[in-house]
Design a protein around this ligand. Structure first.
Ligand SMILES: [Ca+2]
Length: 386
């Protein structure tokens, strides 16, 4: 089994040795792998209010500037909720999805300029003649209808099977779109292959074109959308509110769920290195570290099955500003990570008493936090200081 404490200790010893030798040892941007000591129970009580129920396996929540909410449902439907969630409409014009296993309608991101352009971005498993691929569709929301659909990205390969589509989206203010893509499980070795979109973070412009400064834009044979490689199944993505950097998390196999800050052209290791093992306990790849491959910022062992991610910028929660929230499907909790720059200094587990799989977490324009629960009768909950 992976032993994170040894990893931390061996890094400290390396630093001490380097110091003793008078050597300058540049710290890698992602530092070394780290798991926290035991997660702590809630430090302060929170109150949850159920705003809506009857959502069918809701997957993602995105806010419009006026506080209205769009919620995707995995089977391929979408709801538009009024800001108080009292009115719920079915959105028309949702694109066809491959609703098999983990596939279906996945993430949604409302344009930062929605008031001007009415655009929304959908990540979905899209059916093809041979199987399915993860695709990103841009459409205008007019009233409660999506119109003028454009597929702005589609994975190059499209095998069958219903696992590991990813996909989470992060839109920047200057017109870039990051997407975290899964390895499709059967294609895991291709997470290392620059001719495949499996197991990658991609970076495109919001019209689907490829920025010329992408790290592999001038590499012969490489797919130019690729930003970083060696990911397994990304289920959370958010831009850091101060640095603007993309943060992601991904599911490992048994143990080894990871938090990363994917940087241009870097390799995050899957399936060559991982802090997890295969289901059943068999070793995966070559171990936990290898020169040239990035260590995660943080990892969970046992796996929590993370889903959804939001930085807290709100002042409304004492002690929470600047922390990172991550839903847990497996442990049925909301995880709050206290950060010191890129290091996790404490992990707090919230909402345990609800017993709900947490699929998504977002901060609304009102500075309040909202979560979606994963169930046939899924809920939208508001989280407030008690
Ligand atoms: Ca990794």
């Amino acid at each position: 089994m992976p032993n994170s404490f040894n990893a931390i200790r061996s890094r400290r010893e390396t630093l001490q040795l380097a110091g003793a030798l008078g050597a300058s040892l540049a710290l890698p941007a992602a530092l070394s792998a780290q798991t926290a000591s035991k997660p702590v129970p809630p430090l302060r009580p929170v109150r949850t209010t159920e705003l809506a129920r009857g959502l069918e396996h809701p997957w993602a929540l995105s806010f419009m500037p006026d506080g209205r909410m769009l919620v995707t449902e995995r089977a391929g439907t979408m709801r538009l909720l009024s800001a108080d969630a009292k009115r719920v409409e079915q959105v028309k014009g949702v694109p066809d999805v491959y609703s098999v296993g983990q596939g279906g309608l996945l993430d949604i991101a409302v344009s930062p300029d929605f008031g001007r352009d009415n655009l929304v971005y959908l990540a979905l498993a899209q059916p093809t003649a041979r199987g399915a691929r993860t695709a990103i569709v841009r459409a205008e929301l007019q009233g409660s209808t999506l119109r003028n659909h454009q597929v702005i990205f589609g994975q190059r390969q499209d095998p069958g099977g219903g696992y590991h589509f990813g996909c989470r989206l992060a839109l920047t203010r200057d017109g870039l779109l990051y997407a975290g893509l899964g390895d499709r499980y059967s294609q895991k070795d291709r997470a290392q292959d620059l001719t495949s979109h499996f197991g990658k973070v991609i970076r495109i412009r919001t019209d689907g074109s490829v920025p010329t400064d992408n790290p592999f834009a001038n590499t012969a044979g490489a797919l130019p959308e690729i930003w970083s490689i060696g990911h397994r199944n990304i289920q959370g993505a958010a831009l850091h509110p101060a640095t603007g950097a993309l943060w992601t998390h991904e599911h490992g196999a048994q143990g080894g769920d990871e938090l990363n800050i994917p940087q241009a052209g870097k390799n995050y290791g899957w399936p060559v290195i991982t802090w997890g093992v295969d289901y059943g306990g068999a070793k995966i790849g070559e171990g936990t570290s290898k020169p040239g491959l990035e260590q995660p910022l943080y990892y969970w062992d046992p796996s929590i099955a993370p889903s959804g991610m939001a930085f807290v910028t709100s002042e409304r929660y004492t002690g929470w500003k600047g922390s990172l929230l991550v839903g847990s499907l497996k442990f049925r909790q909301l995880v709050r990570l206290d950060l010191d720059g890129p290091r996790v200094i404490r992990e707090e587990r919230l909402l345990s008493s609800l017993g709900e799989r947490i699929r998504d977490v977002r901060q609304g324009p009102d500075g309040i936090l909202y979560v979606l629960t994963d169930a046939p009768d899924g809920k939208l909950l508001r989280i407030e200081p008690a």
